[in-house]
Every structure is written in C-alpha cells, then in structure tokens.
Write a protein that binds this ligand. Structure first.
Ligand code: 5RP
Length: 246
C-alpha cells in the first residue's frame, strides 16, 4: 500500500464530547496552530473548512493573532469570515497566500483529492494552488485507496455547452449526471453561474492527474474537482482516539 500521505492524527482521548463536528473542530483548531500573525490565509469551503474559519475568528477576536487576513474563494467562506470577524481581501489584491485550509470529499495516499461536493471547487482550486501551504482537513471516511470509490467527479460546465460536454465525458469512460438543486426545480448553479455535472467512473480513477488534465481540455469545461499536486499536508481526524499511521 502506498505510504506517502503524512497523516497527523487528532486524538479524542481527552475530554472531547461526542459528535462528529466536535472532532472536526478539534482538527481545525489543531491545524490553526500553524497560523502566525501577519499571514494571509486561504479560506476553504464546506462544513470542515467553515469550522476552521470560525476558530480563526475566535483567535483573532481574542487578540492571539494580529493582522491576519483571509482570502475567501466562494460566497460561503466570505460570508462566514465576515460573520466570525475574519477580515477578507480579494485574491487579486494579494501576491501570495501563506496557508490555505480546505476540506475534501476524497483523498488518496498520494494526496490526490476529489473536491466539489459543495459545487465550489473551481475558485477553491485557484486559492489552494496559490498557497505556499495547503492543509487539508479530513475525517477518516474521506481517505480512500483510489479516487472515485465513493464520489463522482464534479465538473463545472458552461450551461450553453452542456450537451457536447456530456458526450465528451462519456467518451472518457464516465457516466455523467447533471446535479439538481435540492430545494428548487432545476440544476445547481455555481457562484460563477455555471452547472455541475457529476461524473462516475466505474472501477475508480486509475490516474488522477491524467484524468484531471483530460477533462479540463474539453471545450466548455470550466474546471473539474480532481486536485492533484496541490495539498501539502492532510490532517485526518480520528474518532476513537487511536493514532493512525497511513
Ligand atoms: C466544496 C468542497 C468541500 O471542501 C468538500 O465538499 C468537503 O466538505 P465537508 O467538509 O463539508 O465534508 O470541495 O466544493
């Protein structure tokens, strides 16, 4: 089994109350120990990254971190940052991001990731890849031997190009399905005004970097949710208190 994923286990052996969010919050808090005053922080999307934004806001309000600014990739992270007192700046106004914190839908032992469960992967990939350090916060359920085992690949597509893109995705061996909105009729529309196509690859994804590149060469595709070569560390929350070595 490949062993290139550096995993830091967050133990729940102390007094952590029950509940998944508690474990994820402990993970976020541990990861935020790497933030120093004056840093520019990339703010991720999803429930785990949101806890990191909340905890970052606490550290700023308590005066433990000064002159820290966040770069929110999406509306969700920008709104949460405002709510929790993290000042944000536009990505285009910073030369670099020191650390980005983000969640993930799947991660393998080579730190290849699947993102986009929240339809927010396009700008998140930009922010994560700009960061000097990209720290991924996961729980054990997200760690897989092969990407595509539990989730399809989300692909952001320009609405006017949906039919030809679906055909090309099939020719790549995928089974595409347009993502529908849960609470209203019609498709999910992203922050950038596009549609999301979830593409299953029966048998999993053999070469994530190759598939990432191939999907992105389809005209009409904005970005897909495979992220290879970006994560610098993956922190995995462990619920039973045991240390894990992966
Ligand atoms: C959003 C994402 C999220 O990071 C991913 O879906 C993980 O979310 P959660 O922490 O809620 O499990 O890629 O597009």
């Amino acid at each position: 089994k490949p062993s290139t994923l550096s995993v830091s286990a967050v133990s729940s052996e102390t007094t952590l109350p029950e509940g998944h969010d508690v474990i994820k919050r402990a993970l976020a808090t541990r990861a935020l120990g790497r933030v120093k005053s004056g840093m520019v922080i990339g703010l991720g999307t999803g429930s785990t990254a949101s806890l990191a934004i909340e905890e970052l806001g606490k550290l700023i309000r308590q005066g433990k971190l000064k002159d820290v600014v966040g770069v929110g990739a999406n509306y969700q992270s920008k709104v949460l940052a405002r709510q929790f007192g993290v000042k944000t700046v536009d990505l285009n106004d910073v030369n670099q991001i020191d650390i980005a914190f983000d969640g993930v839908d799947e991660v393998d032992f080579n730190k290849n990731m699947l993102k986009g469960g929240g339809a927010a992967h396009t700008m998140q990939k930009v922010v994560d890849s700009v960061a000097k350090e990209c720290i991924i916060l996961a729980d054990q359920s997200k760690v897989v031997l092969q990407l595509g085992s539990t989730c399809p690949v989300p692909v952001e597509v320009i609405p006017g190009a949906i039919s030809p893109v679906l055909r090309r995705l099939v020719s790549l061996g995928g089974i595409p399905e347009i993502r529908s909105a849960l609470r209203k009729d019609g498709p999910v529309i992203t922050d950038l005004g596009n549609m999301i196509v979830d593409v299953s690859f029966p048998g999993g994804i053999q070469d994530p970097a190759e598939l990432e590149k191939n999907i992105n060469t389809i005209p009409g595709v904005v970005e897909n949710g495979i992220v290879s070569g970006v994560a610098t560390s993956v922190l995995v929350a462990v619920e039973d208190g045991a240390k894990i070595e992966v």
